[in-house]
Ligand binder design. Structure first.
Ligand SMILES: C[S@@+](CC[C@H](N)C(=O)[O-])C[C@H]1O[C@@H](n2cnc3c(N)ncnc32)[C@H](O)[C@@H]1O
Length: 261
């Protein structure tokens, strides 16, 4: 296959291309081809996606250390190990993880993976309809438990345009969480320059459905929750460890964790 026709893969699926970037095996040949093309044209996209995934793993581990054993993972994506339930339920086997995504293909794949796994579930839902999503019984079982819940919004809010009012969506989610709960957000940065080794046209196309935001805008999604130090920072700089921060010290995605007090 030549470089020219690697690019033209209309049958590639954005969520599966992302899966390819973070080391998953859910993709088809078209997704791997499109992913390989993007990696060649804009290598920092790859490191950014990896930094995002590593941030989420560190955040879940940190939350488990704080005693949190209930997780709602919205925009969970195709499962790629370590998934939230693999980290959380290993430490707290009696805990609960509810995955949620708008994509039925993600739902099918996630349900296959978690079949028979006590404490793990999946609900199909759209973050743009937070009231409907929060009314789902599996989610209510956690939000009405009276115990802390961590709500993960990993690389999903940048798919929500301003016209869909992401501030309203995040406010509804925060409001539903019991005291002592946490909100985790990662979000493509709109105010971090991409290095010139990334092809502008490829970046433009990769961001076609995305709405990158500045650090201050991302910070506002936490509302009156108290930000855990170091606040909203590049995802690679949030509680870095030698193991997880490794090959991607810089990234164009923000990450933050905050607590309802
Ligand atoms: C880039 S993946 C992120 C996966 C995972 N959270 C992570 O950060 O590694 C984004 C996921 O958000 C999902 N998504 C996009 N818009 C959504 C919406 N309105 N409601 C729920 N999920 C959505 C997509 O289907 C996709 O699986």
């Amino acid at each position: 296959m030549t470089i020219e026709n690697l690019e033209k893969r209309p049958d590639a699926h954005p969520a599966r291309v992302y899966d390819y970037f973070i080391g998953g095996e859910n993709g088809l040949e078209a997704d791997r081809a499109a992913g390989a093309w993007i990696r060649m044209q804009a290598p920092d996209l790859l490191t950014t996606m990896q930094a995002n995934r590593a941030f989420l793993s560190r955040a879940v581990r940190w939350l488990v250390q704080q005693g949190v054993d209930q997780f709602i993972d919205i925009g969970s994506g195709f499962p790629v190990s370590p998934n939230t339930h693999e980290i959380a339920l290993r430490e707290s086997p009696s805990g609960s993880v509810v995955y949620c995504d708008v994509d039925p293909a993600v739902g099918r794949r996630t349900r296959e993976l978690i079949a028979g796994q006590k404490g793990a579930g999946f609900v199909l839902g759209d973050i743009q309809n937070p009231d409907e999503l929060l009314a789902q019984p599996a989610i209510q079982a956690l939000t009405r438990s009276g115990r802390p819940v961590a709500c993960l919004l990993g690389a999903v809010l940048h798919f929500v345009p301003e016209s869909a009012d992401p501030a309203r969506i995040t406010a509804a989610l925060r409001e539903a969480l019991p005291r002592g709960s946490y909100l985790v957000v990662s979000h493509i940065a709109g105010d971090v320059p991409w290095g010139d080794r990334n092809d502008e046209e490829t970046l433009k196309r990769a961001f076609e459905d995305m709405h990158p935001r500045a650090r201050e805008q991302v910070a506002r999604f936490f509302g009156d929750f108290e930000l855990v130090a170091p606040g909203v920072v590049l995802a690679s700089q949030w509680h870095p460890t030698g193991e997880t921060a490794g090959p991607h010290p810089e990234s164009a995605i923000y990450g933050g964790v905050a607590r309802r007090i």
